[in-house]
Design a protein around this ligand. Structure first.
Ligand SMILES: [Zn+2]
Length: 310
């Protein structure tokens, strides 16, 4: 709960991966080629860290193990600046394309790497392409068993690559000790509209994005979760040849405006880290989700019926 008169704090999140690792490019770039491609994530991260620093904002960085392995210095810079280091898995394979054993191996490897580098527990996980849904709900068991406390992996929208439009729009307990915190949507005329990052943020006019986040804060009374990628602020990134028109448009639209818009966003709202906004304070609730913050969260069934779509 915000102090009286204080606007809600929203969560600023960054999915740390490079331009050639996005799922839409997977049919065009074999992962065996990754090591031979020009990597730009480090310099883009520097620009993001400088921008956050200018605004005095602490954020959450869902970082790929693959990146952490190659750029340990960049990961340490994130942690040293006071941001939360969380996991985006290791190899950026969609959770929906892995079996439980492969998924466990992927998230365990990433978590161990990130914890070794940072010297701190990694509590959060975001699946590549929001790839947890009804068909692989077992992934939450694996996340809980491997020591994660929250996930941000289910996108309650309809989309050709991902989405679970009937799932709750706000944080809910998926199982004891583990909460799901979806990226933010705006409910309008019976539909959930993506309103917090990714290609939509680049496509829509800034004022519309700002209006949507404001509505969520003021009408739903909830913190928003915003996300972007380091490659989205990099208009000079190498163009991947031969890709289909839809993926090309989604990936490259308005790249040169993103940094300026995020600058405005950071000034127009209050921001913080996922763990600080959504998890009970450490020590107060080591017994999993019995703490004040989690106690206030609906469980999955209740959250679904609250949304009126069970
Ligand atoms: Zn990703």
């Amino acid at each position: 709960m915000p102090a009286a008169g204080q606007p809600l704090r929203n969560a600023m999140t960054i999915d740390v991966e490079d331009y050639f690792q996005v799922s839409a490019f997977a049919p065009y770039i074999d992962r065996a080629q990754w090591d031979g491609l020009e990597c730009r994530v480090e310099r883009n991260l520097e620009r993001i860290l400088a921008l956050l620093d200018r605004h005095g904002v602490k954020a959450t960085f869902f970082t790929l193990g693959w990146i952490a392995e190659r750029y340990p210095q960049a990961v340490r810079r994130i942690v040293d600046a006071g941001h939360e280091l969380a996991s985006h898995g290791h190899g950026h394979q969609r959770a929906s394309e892995l079996d439980p054993a492969q998924f466990r191996a992927d998230v365990t490897r990433a978590k161990a790497l990130l914890e070794d580098l940072s010297g701190r527990p990694v509590l959060g996980y975001r699946a590549p392409s929001f790839s947890i849904g009804p068909a692989n709900w077992w992934a939450f068991d694996v996340l809980g068993e491997t020591g994660h406390r929250y996930s941000s992996s289910v996108y309650p929208i309809r989309h050709d690559h991902y989405g679970m439009p009937d799932s709750p729009r706000f944080a809910y307990e998926v199982k004891p000790g583990l909460i799901e915190v979806p990226v933010t949507t705006l409910r309008l005329r019976g539909r959930n509209l993506p309103s917090s990052g990714g290609g939509y943020f680049r496509l829509l006019p800034y004022a519309l994005s700002r209006w949507m986040i404001r509505r969520v804060n003021e009408q739903d009374g909830q913190s928003a979760v915003f996300y972007f990628h380091p490659w989205e602020i990099d208009a000079e990134q190498p163009r991947v040849p031969g890709i289909d028109a839809k993926s090309r448009f989604r990936h490259y639209v308005n790249l040169r405006h993103t940094l300026g818009r995020i600058d405005r966003l950071l000034g127009d709202f209050r921001w913080g880290r996922m763990d600080e906004i959504f998890l009970p304070p450490s020590g107060a609730a080591q017994a999993a989700t019995t703490g004040a913050a989690a106690a206030a969260l609906p469980r999955l069934g209740a959250a679904l019926s609250h949304e009126g779509r069970l």
